[in-house]
Design a protein around this ligand. Structure first.
Ligand SMILES: [Zn+2]
Length: 143
């Protein structure tokens, strides 16, 4: 007879599955953010990835994170379009990132249109970028 898993064991398994799934999305040392599983496909490629969830956003933080997402450099592209998991809209085929993170181009859509929750560490990183970016722009403006 197969041993039934305890809730704790199941949780650990889920965590491990997610860790492995995200590792597949990672680019070098860049942490992947905003890669979701596909509800229709349970193929190996998507298994274990998170599902986008809505969150309460501070409007200033949201604006800063969006600016960061829109300004990040392109790092690659997929073979086809990615569709938004929530509204089904065509949502880009490129990937963007910097030295620390890697994310799909369409991540901005999830934040802008659906207020999708992102890891706190990622938000902090975007806020730091925004501060630096604003300082640079001010310096440019004042000559
Ligand atoms: Zn959408």
């Amino acid at each position: 007879m197969k041993k039934k898993l305890t809730e704790k064991e199941r949780k650990l398994r889920r965590k491990e599955r997610r860790r492995r799934a995200l590792k597949r999305c990672a680019k070098g040392n860049r942490k992947p953010v905003g890669y979701w599983r596909d509800h229709r496909k349970t193929s190996k490629e998507y298994k274990g990835l998170p599902w986008p969830k809505e969150a309460e956003w501070d409007e200033d933080e949201k604006a800063a994170v969006l600016e960061y997402l829109w300004n990040a450099e392109f790092t690659g592209h997929y073979k086809g379009y990615s569709n938004c998991r929530i509204c089904g809209a065509r949502n880009g085929y490129a990937e963007r990132g910097d030295s620390k993170y890697n994310f799909p181009d369409g991540l901005a859509h999830y934040v802008e249109e659906h207020n999708v929750k992102l890891p706190r560490s990622f938000i902090e990183h975007a806020l730091k970028w925004k501060k630096k970016h604003d300082r640079k722009n001010r310096a440019k403006a004042s000559g």
